[in-house]
Design a protein around this ligand. Structure first.
Ligand code: NAP
Length: 280
């Protein structure tokens, strides 16, 4: 079912990075089940076709219910989940991926990520289990998340299935040039998490000026900049107003000068920084 929302706010096009629509809905901390169901349903009815969840978010059941309730065909939705770092031993990957599919109520996911290269992560063993899931048709693509360039190179070398994407924190306040370069060199897509810097983009003066110029939110500027960089973004939004504001970023085009001005922001402001992160 497509509602009037989709028509009223339809972007001129909905770009994709390979099989992956370049704007998705993030769901971390969208934990109250009915709210999460409604956020996912609202986004899909507005036109989103990419939803990001993870075992650790404890909302896979609600995400699956939201897809079901939206009434879009399963095969039209790009659904991604992530195996938590304590479940990365091969036998746990095989077992808990099936549990994720059961919770989501689907027969396959479009993308299964290694959530962090930490704890039980062992490149060969973990990625061999991902390959087995791929051969069984339970996952369409393999992804990694929070991988530094050297870990990405290792994963690319040992995985029998190509690595589709590396999901990392990325926004105007943390531009991750080295990771973007490494991904490009391995033909791996970049997915930006916390693409709004969890609200931090509202306080960035360069982003503020560009937003004023276009009479749009700072959030839209951040998302448009990511898209211009060829990066897929998965902003988390709960309310319909936020979901719509983010969707409308697809219609925002920045000038070369505006992109250069954002490129020149030199901060390194990280929002997600657990002790087990590979950079710590
Ligand atoms: P984010 O998307 O940068 O920011 C989310 C915050 O921005 C929420 O408080 C949200 O509020 C607010 N917001 C959303 N749209 C807005 C708008 N148009 N105007 C004003 N405020 C707006 O942060 P994130 O949740 O950390 O990252 C996004 C997604 O990336 C996550 O949900 C998750 O799926 C993924 N992620 C992955 C990892 C990883 O390790 N792989 C780590 C972090 C995140 P409301 O909820 O009230 O709308």
């Amino acid at each position: 079912m497509v509602t009037d929302d989709a028509d009223a706010n339809a972007p001129k096009s909905y770009p994709s990075a390979g099989p992956m629509p370049m704007l998705g809905l993030g769901t971390w901390q969208n934990e109250e089940p009915e709210q999460c169901v409604e956020s996912v349903r609202t986004a899909l009815e507005m036109g989103y076709r990419h939803v990001d969840t993870a075992q650790i978010y404890e909302n896979e059941t609600a995400v699956g219910e939201g897809i079901e309730r939206a009434g879009v065909d399963r095969e039209d939705v790009f659904l991604a989940t992530k195996i938590w770092s304590s479940n990365l031993a091969p036998e746990d990957v095989l077992k808990t991926a099936r549990e994720s599919l059961d919770r989501l109520g689907v027969e396959y996911v479009d993308l299964l990520y290694v959530h962090w290269p930490a704890r039980a992560y062992d490149p060969e063993g973990t990625l061999e289990a991902f390959t087995e899931l791929h051969e069984e048709g339970l996952i369409e693509n393999v992804g990694v998340s929070n991988f530094l360039p050297e870990q990405l190179a290792e994963a690319v070398a040992v995985s029998d299935v190509p690595i589709l994407a590396n999901q990392v924190e990325l926004h105007p306040l943390l531009q991750q040039a080295d990771i973007r370069e490494a991904c490009a060199s391995h033909d791996v897509e970049v997915v930006a998490y916390s693409p709004l810097a969890r609200g931090g983009v509202f306080d960035q003066p360069v982003v503020q000026d560009i937003a004023d110029e276009h009479d749009v939110s700072e959030v839209q500027v951040s998302l448009a900049w990511l898209r211009e960089k060829g990066v897929t973004a998965i902003p988390k939004a709960t309310s319909k107003a936020h979901i719509r504001d983010n969707w409308e970023s697809l219609s925002l085009e920045l000038s070369a000068d505006e992109i250069d001005a954002i490129d020149a922001i030199e901060t390194d402001e990280r929002q997600v920084d657990p002790g087990f992160a590979p950079w710590n």
